[in-house]
Design a protein around this ligand. Structure first.
Ligand SMILES: NC(=O)c1ccc[n+]([C@@H]2O[C@H](COP(=O)([O-])OP(=O)(O)OC[C@H]3O[C@@H](n4cnc5c(N)ncnc54)[C@H](O)[C@@H]3O)[C@@H](O)[C@H]2O)c1
Length: 369
């Protein structure tokens, strides 16, 4: 097949491109080489020469028209993701681009057979919890005043009792920040317009994806990048809250395989799928995994009581819907950590940017003490 991958110069996109090429597909990438992911704004070395590259912005209709010519299927992975309060940009990039994709395909009657869009585990907000009596509850965000008291657990809004985290399936969404709202709207556009116009479409709700080529400049890249930078600089990893947050870290190779599975399997059409590891690690556990992978198991994590307002307390995806199609996660965070470190130390501009990023996040109110 001839396949367009938007955001194909990025982390998940480039791994998806590699797998598509290895399976004999023809690949075209549409990417704007956005900073901070692409500091030098040039085609990254890891992108294979066989992949055709179009420099263009997914907010630009003409870029879509050019990129979609002669294409059988699309992975729409380009996105704006950050913790900054520039709310409208999330919608311009993530939502308008998706509407434009369907607009151009429908208006021009292009023979596109499949569209896969990148959604996110973020659509669940705090996800699914259980009360003591076993009933399910989907709590809202923890209030600022509760976090200021360093009371981290989710509480039952009716009784105030501490809730127990459950795995979160695809049924109920609760997006509560601009990124999550934009990603949920993106998937609604894909699934609803896809069905209406007979364009098989799939939304992939990735959890925390890890592996080589994850931007070390983008503050959104999270724990993998932060702990790697700190450990390689000989600094103890700095952990928010109490480190007991549950996280679902999925290996990027597993994500690329999931992408190809839904491309090829019509049973996936018009559905949203969780793509996660199917189990959780605490942030503290992951910091130790990274310290070990960096050869510095002596770097005991620091817990100064800082927190990021708007962070999810616990979230683990239920991946049974995707597993029913024959996919299973195989990677482990230790593998992601090793592969990331091997890649990162070979990058000329790799360094420890975490202190400056944290300072900036504190200034804009995203990190609090
Ligand atoms: N990495 C994760 O853990 C994760 C989790 C959930 C969802 N996702 C989603 O998966 C997708 C890929 O994420 P990633 O981690 O590979 O991101 P990334 O930042 O590594 O790559 C995104 C790519 O999109 C490009 N891009 C950004 N804005 C663009 C624009 N306006 N026009 C054209 N290209 C543009 C960037 O230059 C970059 O190459 C995104 O849609 C993201 O929201 C990622």
């Amino acid at each position: 097949m001839r396949i367009l991958v938007t955001g194909g110069a990025g982390f998940i996109g480039s791994h998806t491109v590699d797998l598509l090429l290895s399976r004999g597909h023809t690949v075209r990438v549409l990417d704007a080489l956005e900073p901070p992911v692409h500091a030098e704004r040039r085609r990254p070395d890891y992108l294979p020469a066989e992949a055709e590259f179009i420099l263009g912005d997914v907010r630009d209709r003409a870029a879509w028209e050019r990129a979609l010519a002669g294409v059988d299927a699309v992975f729409h992975l380009a996105a704006y993701q950050d913790y900054l309060p520039d709310f409208s940009k999330f919608f311009h990039v993530n939502v308008v681009s998706t509407a434009l994709l369907y607009e151009v395909v429908v208006e021009r009657r292009l023979p596109v057979q499949k569209i896969v869009v990148a959604a996110s585990q973020a659509v669940y907000g705090e996800g699914k919890y259980r009360r003591a009596d076993g009933s399910a509850v989907y709590p809202g965000q923890r209030p600022a005043e509760q976090l200021a008291r360093h009371a981290w657990d989710l509480l039952d809004p009716e009784t105030g009792a501490v809730l127990t985290p459950d795995v979160t399936d695809e049924a109920v969404v609760h997006p509560h920040n601009s990124y999550a709202m934009s990603k949920y709207t993106e998937e609604q556009i894909a699934l609803n317009l896809g069905r209406r116009y007979g364009l098989p479409s799939v939304a992939m709700r990735y959890s925390i994806v890890q592996g080589a080529r994850q931007s070390f400049r983008n503050a959104y890249s999270g724990a993998l990048r932060i702990f790697a930078m700190q450990c390689l600089a000989g600094e103890r990893p700095l952990i928010y809250e109490d480190g007991q947050q549950l996280r679902d870290y999925v290996y990027v190779g597993d994500v690329a395989r999931a992408n190809l599975l839904v491309l090829e399997d019509p049973r996936a059409d018009y559905q949203a799928f969780n793509v996660g590891a199917g189990r959780a690690w605490t942030v503290l556990e992951f910091a130790r995994i990274m310290a070990e992978a960096a050869g510095r198991p002596d770097l005991e994590p620091r817990l100064p009581g800082e927190y990021r307002f708007g962070d999810t307390r616990h979230i683990t995806s239920d991946t049974r819907r995707l597993q029913a199609l024959g996919w299973e996660p195989r990677g482990h965070p230790a593998q992601s950590a090793r592969e990331y470190l091997d890649w990162a130390v070979r990058q000329p501009d790799f360094g420890n940017y975490t202190a400056a990023a944290r300072e900036h996040m504190k200034q804009v109110g995203a990190v609090k003490a």
